[in-house]
Ligand binder design. Structure first.
Ligand SMILES: [Zn+2]
Ligand SMILES: [Zn+2]
Length: 441
């Protein structure tokens, strides 16, 4: 591919400290002296074509064989060292730069969701697949098709200029970010367990996620916790079954479980430091088979969302205590179990400070938005537990549409303005090109 900016124009690095202390002036200097690398029209079109192809052929978690084959074939054609079959369908590729320097990782997720596409597009998905034993429609309703396409585009651009590249780039294409119902472990955690970072350990990791909550080409960043941890819990309440007409002959687990649900409402509101938000939600209350029988058991299930793992532990410990003591007060018995999900996605503050100027140079001050913490979760968090990480949101809602009205990620109407793909591809490339200078590696 032809590239529209030469690497030499990127070489001038502005000291991060200067940018951070005197932002308005330094930022305009940075824009003048270190123009961001941009891709040409041909590569932009190629990225869009890849995205449409993958969008039309979405695959569920751990089933991304077609997508992985497309990725591996292109990366091999670029001369990269490619490893396939990592964590089922994952692809890891290594690009060695012409000049010695640090290795960084760029990550994309490949999986789609059991959602029926409702967009009227020529490349709309009509795919189906088996999910939990059922035949379901499949759609890239979280935009992971764009992540793959943008990272392929970045690999293309970086391979083209590898002689001038200082340091190396590890491309990580992972399956199953959305989870796999029947698997023990999947996605990022499994990629790391199977050595995705072992052969060429990166010094930092970057990921991009498209979001409907920002306009096309806007970038959303946040230092520190950005996305919540996501754990599920189960509370098994055991009473003593009896006739509904004579409750004194048994122990009622429905009343006990109701009190547990009510009592648990005071955990977040009364027992947890409000400066770090927590969510405790019951989603399942299951028990009984007939109106006039007090059942033996009730099962409660729910989700915990937190931005600090110590607070997560504290919330669960309170829930456990509340459940067991409430049951005991009723002469019943309760056991609480925590099923750990994705940890908190934490962006390394120093890495964010160092790399933010690069994002700013690319999109300008106005389109660089500090986003609030959100209670969704991401398995990018596992990579960011290994090495400093930076996860960035990329807006895909067209400029003439109100973001509040845009269909959110996971909706059958989730829509991507493809003009944003150029920005995302360029962000990946610029992060790789500028990292050594920005962090003084
Ligand atoms: Zn998602
Ligand atoms: Zn996603």
């Amino acid at each position: 591919m032809k590239l529209s900016a030469s690497v030499s124009t990127l070489a001038t690095a502005i000291s991060t400290a200067t940018l951070l202390t005197t932002l308005p002036i330094a930022s305009s200097i940075a824009q003048a002296s270190a123009p961001a690398f941009t891709i040409d029209d041909a590569l932009e079109q190629q990225v869009i074509d890849w995205r449409r192809d993958i969008h039309q052929h979405p695959e569920l978690g751990n089933q991304e064989t077609r997508t992985a084959a497309l990725i591996a074939e292109h990366l091999e054609s670029l001369g990269l060292e490619v490893r396939t079959g990592v964590a089922e369908t994952g692809v890891v590729a290594f690009l060695e730069g012409g000049k010695p320097g640090p290795t960084i990782a760029l990550r994309a997720d490949m999986d789609a969701l059991p959602v029926e596409e409702k967009n009227d597009l020529p490349f709309a998905s009509q795919a189906t697949a088996t999910y939990n034993g059922k035949q379901v429609p499949v759609m890239h309703a979280c935009g992971h098709d764009t992540h793959v396409a943008m990272l392929l585009g970045a690999a293309d651009a970086l391979a083209e200029m590898k002689d001038q590249l200082r340091g190396n780039v590890l491309f990580v294409f992972q399956p199953a970010e959305e989870g796999v119902y029947e698997a023990e472990s999947w996605g990022a955690e499994q990629m790391l367990a199977e050595g995705a970072f072992d052969e060429h350990p990166p010094e930092a990791v970057f990921g991009i996620h498209v979001v409907s909550s920002l306009h096309t080409g806007q970038l959303g960043y946040r230092a520190g916790p950005m996305l919540a941890s996501s754990d599920t819990f189960e509370i098994d309440v055991t009473g003593s079954q009896t006739h509904g007409a004579s409750p004194w002959n048994g122990v009622d687990p429905i009343v006990t479980a109701s009190q547990i649900v009510t009592n648990a409402q005071s955990i977040v509101s009364r027992q947890v430091d409000i400066r770090t938000p927590s969510v405790l939600t019951f989603g399942i209350f299951e028990g009984g088979v007939r109106e006039n029988i007090i059942p033996e058991n009730v099962t409660l299930k729910g989700t915990l969302r937190n931005f600090d793992m110590d607070i997560r532990d504290q919330v669960f410990a309170s829930l456990d205590r509340m459940a067991t003591s409430t049951a005991e007060a009723n002469g019943a018995h309760a056991e609480a179990h925590l099923h750990e999900g994705y940890p908190v996605t934490v962006n390394d503050p120093e890495l964010v400070n160092a790399m933010l100027p690069v994002a700013r140079e690319l999109v300008g001050e106005e389109d660089l938005v500090e986003v609030p913490m959100t209670t969704a979760a991401e398995d990018f968090s596992y990579y960011a537990q290994e090495v400093p990480g930076m996860f960035i949101n990329l807006g895909v809602t067209p400029p003439d549409e109100n973001v509040a009205d845009a269909a959110p990620n996971h909706s059958p109407h989730f829509f991507v303005d493809e003009a944003a793909l150029k920005t995302g591809t360029e962000l990946f490339v610029n992060m790789a090109l500028r990292y050594p200078d920005q962090v003084d590696s």
